[in-house]
Write a protein that binds this ligand. Sequence first.
Ligand code: HEM
Length: 417
Amino acid sequence: MFNVSREFAPPFGLIAPYFVIGAIFYLIASFVLMTFGTDITHFDIGVVGWAHLFLLGFVMMIIFGAMAQLVPVVLEVGHFSVDFYYLIWPLLALGTVLMVVGFWLTPGLLPYGGMMVLISMLVFLTDTILTLRKVERISLTVKTVAVTNAFLLLGILVGFAMALGIGAGVGIDIGKWLNAHIVLVLGGYVTLTIMGMSLILLPMFGLSHGFDERPINLSFKIMVGGVLLYLAATLFDSGDFRFLALLTMIGAMGLYLYQIWLIYKTRARKEADIWFKSMVFGYGSLALSLPLGFIGVMGGAERVGLTAAWFLVMGFFTFLINGHLYKIIPFLVWFERYSPLVGKKKVPMLADMVPKKMGEFQFWFSAGGVAIAGFALLIGNDEMFKAGAAFIATGAIFLVTSVNWMMKFGKEEMENG
Ligand code: HEM
């Protein structure tokens, strides 16, 4: 990201809404969490609505914003049309709201919301595919982007078909396709994308080099195999293959964790800033989620499986995303406001552009909340779950204020000349 040339770098005004709106969706979803108890199952329509509020409004919104910046770096060519990104976030935000209202209150709205989200993602996929076509050197990263995008496309098409089933009475066996949808979007897109991005971002921010990259390359292939096997198992309705596919994916993630350990061991920057702490908590959550997921799959225990999903989504996905905001936003703001001034005026360092106290509060409230609520889910204690959710919501307030603080850094000074 840091060596992206001005020619390829998308304008700040284009990327900023993704991070601001993503953080606001995170805040709203955190407050909604307080309304849940521990008797939830993943079939509850209230939980399904929440899952999309969180995953589309926060996780996908921020991944797309980061992709606007990273795609040119990873693929070493400029976007086919970066202007597409002006369309993606409004469609995704509005579509998400309509979908969530559809799940919670008015099923008839679901296909409309689903259609908007589908279009926003098709715009994203179109830019990515047309950008991929410009690439001359087909590296592993290029293949990775192609594969994850294909999984996303399949996943949202399955989602849209289910939305038509709920909102428009189209005959589709939701029981059969629901898990394939989850595996495609969460395993095939979000997890594989995080794996690919982390291989670039972690060594860059932690200054690691000279480590062996074979584990991640292998884990990537195993994970892709696991997702494909799950898809085949759904098509042929085979419980045994579904089981095998889940174990394959857990194994792939275990190997990925080993890769992270190798990157950690070779890092040159030892400072424990908010980014570093967030990575430790995020990967710690993944390390907890994998054995819990294994027990859940082997024993079929819903509560253990739910706790595994909790640590995967609220611990791993969330801390990896939020932790990186403290690196990515200051860089974007610096590039926009200060890079033209280098050599003419004294410019701040990136580390000065992070709200350290607010960031600490955000980290500790969120981490405490995820741990407390995760434990409460495991033992089935409602009050404890709500207390954990309240901590997460408090952390979310600090996240939104931190994002706002970083976005505004130096703005007034610039306006006043
Ligand atoms: C066009 C976009 C999408 C549409 C129309 C859609 C629609 C749906 C529908 C109809 C369900 C099943 C509801 C039920 O059980 O009755 C569902 C479940 C689910 N979707 Fe999506 N989805 C979309 C995109 C996504 C994306 C991008 C993600 C993740 C990043 C996602 C994650 C999930 C999850 C985790 C569930 C299961 C929730 C639970 O069982 O509690 N969806 N989706």
